[in-house]
Design a protein around this ligand. Sequence first.
Ligand code: CMC
Length: 434
Amino acid sequence: MSYTKEICKAKLEVHGKTYELPVYEGTEGEQAIDIRNLRAQTGLITYDPGFANTGSCISNITFIDGEKGILRHRGYDIVDLAENCTFLDVSYLLVHGFLPNRDERANFSELMNQHSMLHEDMRRFYNLFPDHAHPMAMLSAMVVSLSTFYPELETNPNEAIDITVTRLLSKLRTIAAFTYKKMRGEPIVYPRPDFSYCENFLNMMFQTPVNKYVPDPVITRALNQLLVLHADHEQNCSSAVVKSVGSSEANLYASISAGVSALWGARHGGANQQVIEMLEMIHNEGKHDIQAVIERAKDKNDSFRLMGFGHRVYKTYDPRARVAKEICRQVLDHLGKKDELLGIAQELEEAALADPYFQQRNLYPNVDFYTGLTYRAIGIPTNMFTVMFAIGRLPGWIAQWLEMRSGSEYKIYRPRQIYNGPTQRDVISNWDRS
Ligand code: CMC
């Protein structure tokens, strides 16, 4: 990529020899040592479990400064985007690199409408899942099934980016709402051309034959904002998975389906469900013992962690958490609801931030800490929270996938390892093994 420049050489001395490795700098001053020729030159590889220090690509999409708590997409601050743009605007921005003008926006919305339905045969799939199926499992399965109905995307998705993007964005929302209806045992509700993206989702979720859903602008805006907050987060676990699968030339649907599975885990998107379950546990125990929960989170003999706290990149307050907290307040105010879980969350936050364990490790609330409270207020059930995250993260996955597949440095993801198993030995034949 043209912006990244070589600023100096790093010297590596090993086995009595000195090697020079280029050091690059990105547009925001981040620097990295280029080790692409390391093994060829030295016979060595790097060791970096969890890739915490590994730059897997050069990207133009999202910038994060984890020390300062900055998140920008294509140069725009996340707070600015959440305040002033719809989720569709931000989706367009991530994929195309610029915010849509009026015509582009209208065209994108119309495509969203055209591609919002699911093939009728896909409806039957829902009947085959058991009643207790987790919605993330259904989501992942339904997304990969899309490739059987729309196989033409396997050839060249770049030829029709808008169709590719809108088809997935629009259908994922429909799949998610149908999943909810399946869990409720209610008849599905089809998308409507006169509703916006978020209105449509809420209508498909909450309209029933006996209850008309009337869009509420405050709730629609809150949902838009929450989806914007999740839209991309550079090389996070699920995006890395989407790219890893895509790097083998698997199609976009297969790659996104794998991303949904990666997101499901409790240390990633699954944390938003776990946060509410943790708050409910504290509430239901009746003792309201915040300090006991903090002590459990600190106990190295207990696998329990304070969910919605900590982040691989942010070593300060996650900027998305701040906005999410405000959205939660606004929605509860608007609905005239009081949620005791919000009070518990605030107490937990205060106690953790005052505790040396959390201070020394720079553990702050992340995006998942407050989002579930808003979803709950809107009426979205806890096991759908990570599905909401997936809808929000989809444009980021697509943008990252497209950037990788169209880039000149596109290579199959294939890390190396340090082997630590037995050295060569001979097989003892079956007869001689006791
Ligand atoms: N509660 C208690 N201790 C924690 C927590 C937590 N939530 N998070 C990290 N730590 C401790 C951890 O035990 C370790 O301590 P020590 O140095 O004594 O061994 C230290 O902090 C560093 O943690 P780590 O696991 O090495 O850090 P990481 O960068 O590999 O993991 C994380 C980041 C997000 C997986 C982790 O902070 C965590 O498990 N948080 C809870 C789950 C969560 O909220 N996930 C959502 C992440 S944000 C949205 C998303 O990406 O999906």
